[in-house]
Design a protein around this ligand. Structure first.
Ligand code: IMP
Length: 207
C-alpha cells in the first residue's frame, strides 16, 4: 500500500471530488471552504466513477482520486467508506455498498445485515463505520495524502429514523443514548462521523 507523505507541497483552489453524491459534496465543501478550497463534483465535469477494484479503503480512495485527477487535470479528493461488524468478522467492510449483491439497494443491504445478526446478542453487535479520504495533486502524485476516521457503535435489532443513508437506520453510535444515526440531524452527524474525522485527519497534514 502507498504511504501518505508527511510534507506535500500545498494544494489550493479548485479540487474535483471523485463522487457524484451531492450530499457528500455539501458535507465536505462546508469543511473545506474555510481552507480556501472549492469542490466540484466529477459528475459535473462528465467524469464517470471507475470500478472499485481495491480490497482496502485506502486502495479504493486512491484509485478514485487518481482517476478523477487524470480526467480533470485538477487536484482530486476521494473518499471510500463502509461498515465493519465484529460478529461478521469485519464484513461487509469495503463491500458495504454491494453486501446484498452488485446493485443492491440500501434497504436490501440493511435487511441482510439484520438477518445475519438475528441470533447475535446486543452485547456482541459492536460495529464501526470507517472512512479513508485521499487527496492527490495530480494523477501520478507520488505523495498522496490519506486521512482516516472511524465512528464506533452497535447494530440495532430494527431500523429507526429517516435521515442519513445506507446503514444509518440500524447504526447506534456510541454516546448517542440509543439514537440511530438516521435519527440525528445532518449537522450532528457531520460533526462526529467517520467522514468528518477522516477529513480532519487529512487537513491536519496539509502544510
Ligand atoms: P462509498 O464510500 O460511497 O463507496 O460508500 C460505501 C457504502 O458504505 C455505502 O453505500 C453505505 O452502504 C456504507 N456507508 C458509508 N458511509 C455511511 C454512512 O455515513 N451512513 C450509512 N452508510 C454508510
Amino acid at each position: 500500500m502507498e504511504q501518505a507523505a508527511s510534507a506535500s507541497p500545498p494544494v489550493a483552489g479548485r479540487i474535483v471530488l471523485a463522487s457524484g453524491n451531492a450530499g457528500k459534496l455539501r458535507e465536505l465543501a462546508a469543511l473545506l471552504a474555510p481552507r480556501g478550497f472549492q469542490l466540484v463534483l466529477q459528475s459535473e465535469l462528465g467524469i464517470e466513477a471507475p470500478e472499485e477494484t481495491g480490497s482496502t479503503f485506502e486502495e479504493n480512495a486512491l484509485l478514485k482520486a487518481r482517476h478523477a485527477a487524470r480526467l480533470s487535470g485538477l487536484p482530486a479528493l476521494a473518499d471510500d467508506s463502509g461498515i465493519e461488524v465484529d460478529a461478521l468478522d469485519g464484513r461487509p467492510g469495503v463491500w458495504s455498498a454491494r453486501y446484498a449483491g452488485e446493485s443492491a439497494t440500501d434497504l436490501e443491504n440493511l435487511e441482510l445485515m439484520l438477518a445475519e445478526l438475528a441470533a447475535v446478542s446486543d452485547a456482541r453487535r459492536t460495529a464501526r463505520y470507517r472512512c479513508v479520504i485521499a487527496l492527490v495533486r495530480s494523477a501520478d502524485d507520488p505523495a498522496p495524502l490519506l486521512g482516516s476516521g472511524v465512528w464506533e457503535g452497535h447494530i440495532a435489532s430494527f431500523p429507526r429514523g429517516s435521515g442519513g443513508f445506507g446503514y444509518d437506520p440500524i447504526f447506534l453510535p456510541l454516546g448517542q443514548e440509543g439514537r440511530s444515526a438516521a435519527e440525528m440531524s445532518a449537522q450532528d452527524k457531520n460533526a462526529v462521523s467517520h467522514r468528518a474525522r477522516a477529513l480532519q485527519h487529512l487537513l491536519a497534514q496539509l502544510p
